[in-house]
Design a protein around this ligand. Structure first.
Ligand code: TTP
Ligand code: MG
Length: 580
């Protein structure tokens, strides 16, 4: 995938982005003209008591005002259209990139930070663009226009401006320089707040179980306080700008009056008023510069964060080619050739070393081993959740890296160790495995997964709503739905990671019989803790210290593998499972 700059997202709306500043020019010209009219009213009208002139100029003032306001409204409309559309496109692109990220990258960014980037950071960019199209045009124009028109009234005012500007600029520079790093900090603190919220909301059950509300509240409070304090510090700093401007402005007014101290009549007063208005405009627009710098530094911080995700290289990339061989339904062979694997950004002993396995199409292979030995990691390599750093994984004799990623994963039914369901009905959740599955297929998959019994006991059957993350179902029910979701796609390879742990032995046995009967051709790779369920597997791989120590049918392993025998003894002879 080629890298995209943030600028490229502005391109489609360039014409909107050009019209908006043009309208702003109109508004500024109108605003600059007003003090001039005021001056004429005072000099020609009020001083000479000429009501007609007053009315005529007032009318022109009114018209100019209307034109100004109209230009202003149009500018706002175009600027909003451009910035909202730009932000929308960027958000969509960033979201789809986040969906593409490999697990290694999502782990790295953290969920909270990804959410902040998609929401808050892009919002900031949107506000910035809006401001860019309006204030960034308004301030310099106001400034220039004000300076020129003010000096036109009396060239001596140039001295006042020349004295006031450097002081104001200096103050602004000092403030902005201190504020800049704080903005980066604010975004980071926001990440933290989002991370805590995310973790706590999704882990609410555990928090309640351990009565950790207080502790978690504190953790959230801390994150939140941090954010608040940083925000307040920045705002305090920025708010210094206003009072400073007022002081400078008042000194400037005194200076103007001082220059005119000997000739204070109505004509001069009119000039003074106009000059004060212009000076105010000049200083105000200068103040806006300050705000703009602030926005620029905020936007830069956010842009770099968005870019980081947008152009993050994918560690798992799809190979372009689609392969036509073997339609789903018929089993596929899975081969591990000397695979070594360790998680990205970790060091030390690899999780898996020199794994070689040759799983035939349609075979039922079980993987056993003590907890934490790397069973899940081994399965993760087949759908390319991660890539091995040495060796190859092959599907139907072809390196999984040579498959189109979507095609590769579509050939598999994967039941993860932790069941994840989504909000929706039971049928929706099963249909997640195959979008166009008929009701018939869904029921069939549920039947094999031994789920119909409990589904039918619900009043609404397959239409029973499942709450977020499947919270409304029992662990075993969730597992069976996850299995049905994998079965409905009639995969070539069915991967089950300890997916029957919450089922009793009899249900597990019926499930495996069902799969064996209905999906004879499917290759089944199953991690299990309990030997009772998998003793009839064609072959069983024993994983020890990240290596395969034996790979044979049950009877043979009983004779040859000490590790296997130990597991068997601990479970059966020890009386842990009396079902045998
Ligand atoms: P797993 O492969 O998860 O071990 P397992 O599936 O055999 O364990 P269980 O029976 O409990 O399900 O983990 C192997 C090692 O890899 C373990 O030390 C933890 C580590 N690991 C990571 O560092 N990152 C990961 O994302 C995972 C899944 C594991
Ligand atoms: Mg596991």
């Amino acid at each position: 995938m080629k890298n995209r700059s943030i600028k490229s997202f502005v391109k489609p709306y360039l014409w909107l982005a050009l019209i908006a500043p043009l309208c702003m020019v109109g508004e500024v010209l109108a605003d600059l003209k007003q003090p001039n009219y005021m001056n004429t009213i005072l000099k020609e009208g009020v001083a000479k008591g000429d009501i007609d002139t007053i009315l005529a100029i007032a009318l022109r003032m009114g018209i100019t005002l209307i034109i100004g306001v109209a230009c202003g409204v149009l500018c706002t409309v175009f600027a909003s259209m451009a910035s909202q559309r730009f932000a929308n496109d960027l958000r969509v692109a960033l979201y789809s990139k986040v969906m593409q990220l490999s697990l290694a990258e999502t782990d790295d960014f953290s969920t909270g930070s990804l959410v902040t980037r998609i929401t808050n950071d892009i919002n900031t960019l949107q506000e910035f663009m809006n401001m860019l199209l309006r204030m960034f045009v308004r301030s310099p124009l106001m400034f220039l226009g004000g300076v020129i028109l003010c000096i036109q009234i009396d060239s001596r005012y140039a001295i006042i401006i020349a004295l006031a500007l450097p002081i104001q600029l200096m103050i602004m520079f000092l403030i902005v320089r201190r504020a800049n790093p704080m903005f980066k900090d604010v975004q980071k603190k926001l990440d933290k707040v989002n991370s805590v919220v995310q973790e706590d909301v999704s882990g609410a059950r555990v928090i309640k179980a351990y009565v950790k509300e207080e502790y978690e509240n504190e953790r959230f409070d801390n994150a939140n306080k941090n954010l608040r304090d940083t925000n307040i510090r920045v705002l305090n700093l920025m708010s210094l700008m206003g009072p400073f401007m007022m002081i400078i402005m008042n000194i400037a007014i005194i200076a103007i009056i001082y220059i005119n101290r000997n000739t204070l009549d109505i004509n001069v007063s009119a000039d003074i008023m106009t000059a004060i208005t212009y000076i105010t405009q000049i200083l105000m627009s200068l103040n806006m510069f300050g705000m703009m710098f602030q926005q620029v530094s905020r936007a830069l911080a956010c842009a770099s964060r968005v870019r980081e995700v947008l152009n993050c290289p994918l560690s798992i990339e799809s190979s372009a080619e689609k392969s036509e061989d073997a339609e789903s339904g018929s089993g596929a062979s899975v081969t591990f050739e000397n695979v070594c694997f360790r998680y990205p950004n970790t060091s030390g002993n690899p999780v898996l070393s020199e794994i070689s396995l040759d799983i035939r199409p349609g075979e039922f292979v079980a993987i056993v081993g003590s907890t934490g030995v790397g069973k899940t990691s081994l399965l993760n390599l087949i759908p390319r959740f991660y890539d091995p750093f040495e060796g190859k994984v092959l599907l139907n004799g072809r390196d999984v890296r040579d498959y189109d990623l979507e095609d590769l994963r579509n050939r598999m039914g994967i039941v993860l160790q932790k069941s994840e369901l989504f909000a929706g009905s039971i049928a929706d959740n099963i249909r997640f495995g195959k979008e166009d599955a008929t009701d018939e297929e869904i029921r069939k998959a549920a039947e094999i997964a031994q789920a119909t019994e409990f589904i039918d006991s619900f009043l609404e059957g397959f239409e029973t709503p499942v709450s977020e993350k499947g919270a409304s179902l029992s662990g075993g029910q969730k597992q069976r739905l996850s299995i049905a979701r994998a079965l409905v796609r009639k995969p070539s390879v069915l991967i089950m990671d300890d997916a029957t742990s919450a089922l009793d032995l009899a249900t597990e046995a019926r499930l495996l019989q069902g799969i064996h009967r209905e999906m004879k051709d499917t290759t089944l790779i199953m991690v299990a803790q309990r030997i009772a369920g998998i003793r009839h597997a064609d072959r069983i791989a024993v994983l020890e210290n990240g290596r395969i120590s034996a790979f044979a049918p049950h009877d043979e392993l009983m004779k040859n593998s000490q590790c296997y025998r130990e597991i068997y003894d601990s479970q059966l002879k020890g009386g842990a499972y009396l079902a045998e």
